[in-house]
Structures are given as structure tokens and as C-alpha cells.
Design a protein around this ligand. Structure first.
Ligand code: MG
Ligand code: MG
Ligand code: MG
Length: 319
């Protein structure tokens, strides 16, 4: 009996990570059935999509819209075959990754610190979403994308690129989105994007902790533990009266051994981010962004991407 392959994205799953796990599991199984990659490698084991945590409101909406069921939960990799999507950082992956066999990585981030003893399928492009990267893999291997998967891939691109407004957006993302929209039969891509992103703006029912943790990532910067969360809102006024509460909760998070915690309150329409900061060294903010903290936050115009506009300058400042 060949072992199954669990396809899993990063912790605190976002739409791109969840949908990419679903889509890559499908693609892997198609490769296995058709022998499409037989000239390069053996594709073995039935692929099963997995997630490491609760789905956010946006992702739930997207899966429901296209009639796709939520992946099973997997948080421990011990003894399992694993394919990673949308990350390659140890701090963001399943527990006991050292006791797992990693068989593939498909991503669009900087290369993380995961290593493998053998050569594997590793496909990474500096595109706006893993869904974009997956579309290229479908095309290059002659596989057809079913309509419902095209739908969740389009939603993933729009989610990760913040409807093409994020600095991570590439021409490829736009081209791929147009191709996928044709498959799904969506005429107005931006309108669909607002519908998707609008779901994440529904913060009324969320606790301050949920707001912070919904998209929170850990990093090691110059030996210091740094946490960066992000919430993207159609309008920042949606949470203006909850900042005190959020700040208190962020202090609790900081106390979990962090040197610094940051929360990006990103305003999709204004195209900028209010960065809430709690740090042992406020100078890193000025070093990284050339702006001083105004109280406990700083407004960063045109900054919408953690990956491209917040992590790199902070890493530099910490080094
Ligand atoms: Mg992601
Ligand atoms: Mg992504
Ligand atoms: Mg993201």
C-alpha cells in the first residue's frame, strides 16, 4: 500500500493556502493517473488536501460558492508524506516536519529554511499567489482545470493580491486571472474581488484576538522572535473604535516571548497600512520604514504587502 500524500499550506490559513492545497492535491492525482510527469519522476500516493487551522470567513465563502468541501485538519507531520504549498518556512509548517517526508513544494514566497535529503519537485515563482504558480503547472503539464477549481484559484489570486492592488501583483497574475475568469464565466473580476475581500471585512463578530491571529506569522529576524499579523479591510473605520482592545490583546501576544509584534491594518481602498507596533526597540521601525512611531503606530502609504514591503525592510533593520 503506497502512503497517501498530505498537501498542506501554512499556519493561520488564508484563502490562497487552503485553495492551493485543494488544487495541488487534485493536480498531483491527475499527474499520477495520467503519467504526465513519468519522464521526470514517480508520482505516487493519493494526494489529500489538508489545513493547519480554522478557515477564515473569506475562505469559507469561497469554498461554499464553488461547492468544495473544507480540507481535513493536519497539524503533525510525523511519519507522513507531505507536499507544502504557499510556504517553505519551518515556523509556518506542520509540527514534526523533520519526521515527515517532504515530496513537493509549490510556493510564491522567499525560499524558507526547509530542507530535504533528496531532490524533489520544487516550483516557486515570484508571483502574487500560489494559485498563479499552480496555473502554470497545469498548463505546462497539459492538465485541464475544472470550473470549480478555476473559481477558487481566481479567488485566491484576488485575495492574495488584494484585487491586484498589492505590490506583489505581477502581470502574470492578471493574465492568469483573466484566463481563469473565462473558465468560471465571471465577467467582472474586480466586482468578484470586492465580494471575496468583503468577507474578511466582516470583523464585527470577531474578538480582538481573532482579529490579530487570523493572519499572523512568526519570523526569526537576526535571532529575535518577531510576529507580524495583517488584517485587510475595505475601510479602516470598521475597526477604529476597537483599536484599544486590539492593542491590549497585542500586548498579551508580545508577552509570549516576542521581541516585537506588528499588526498591519491594511486599508484596501486607501491603499496603505496603519502598522501597530509593540517592540523592545522602537528604532527598528524608523530603520525599516524611515518613519518614526507616532505613539504606538505608523501610517505607511502604499504599503499593502507583508511579504514584499514589511518583512524585507524589517529583516534588514534587525540584521
Ligand atoms: Mg498565504
Ligand atoms: Mg499565498
Ligand atoms: Mg496573504
Amino acid at each position: 500500500m503506497v502512503q497517501e500524500v498530505y498537501v498542506v499550506g501554512h499556519k493561520n490559513p488564508d484563502t490562497d493556502t487552503v485553495c492551493s492545497a485543494i488544487v495541488f492535491a487534485y493536480l498531483w492525482n491527475k499527474w499520477r493517473e495520467t503519467g504526465a510527469l513519468s519522464k521526470i519522476m514517480k508520482i505516487e500516493g493519493n494526494a489529500i488536501p489538508a489545513v493547519q487551522g480554522e478557515l477564515n470567513a473569506e475562505t469559507k465563502f469561497v469554498l461554499e460558492k464553488f461547492g468544495i468541501k473544507a480540507p481535513l485538519k493536519l497539524t503533525d507531520g510525523s511519519g507522513k508524506k507531505i507536499a507544502l504549498v504557499d510556504h517553505s518556512e519551518r515556523s509556518q509548517t506542520v509540527d514534526n516536519i523533520d519526521k515527515a517526508e517532504i515530496v513537493a513544494v509549490v510556493d510564491h514566497h522567499k525560499i524558507g529554511d526547509i530542507t530535504t535529503p533528496n531532490p524533489i519537485l520544487f516550483f516557486n515563482l515570484p508571483a502574487g499567489s500560489t494559485a498563479t504558480v499552480l496555473k502554470i503547472l497545469f498548463d505546462k503539464t497539459g492538465m485541464i482545470i475544472p470550473k470549480e477549481l478555476a473559481g477558487i484559484m481566481l479567488a485566491s489570486i484576488l485575495s492574495d493580491t488584494v484585487i491586484f492592488k498589492s505590490a506583489t501583483t505581477t502581470e502574470l497574475d492578471k493574465k492568469v486571472a483573466e484566463e481563469l475568469a473565462k473558465v468560471v464565466g465571471i465577467m467582472d473580476i474586480t466586482k468578484f474581488g470586492v465580494e471575496v475581500k468583503g468577507r474578511l471585512s466582516e470583523v464585527q463578530g470577531m474578538s480582538a484576538k481573532e482579529i490579530i491571529m487570523r493572519d499572523f506569522k512568526d519570523f526569526n529576524m537576526g535571532g529575535k522572535k518577531v510576529g507580524i499579523g495583517q488584517i485587510e479591510l475595505l475601510d479602516l473605520s470598521l475597526i477604529v473604535n476597537r483599536k484599544e482592545e486590539i492593542y491590549k490583546e497585542l500586548s498579551k501576544k508580545k508577552a509570549e516571548g516576542y521581541h516585537s509584534v506588528f499588526l498591519m491594518l491594511t486599508d484596501i481602498m486607501k491603499e496603505g497600512t496603519e502598522l501597530l507596533v509593540i517592540t523592545d526597540d522602537p528604532k527598528v521601525v524608523e530603520k525599516a520604514f524611515g518613519k518614526r512611531l507616532e505613539g504606538r503606530s505608523v501610517w505607511l502609504d502604499k504599503v499593502m504587502s507583508r511579504k514584499k514591503q514589511v518583512v524585507p525592510p524589517l529583516e534588514k533593520a534587525f540584521s
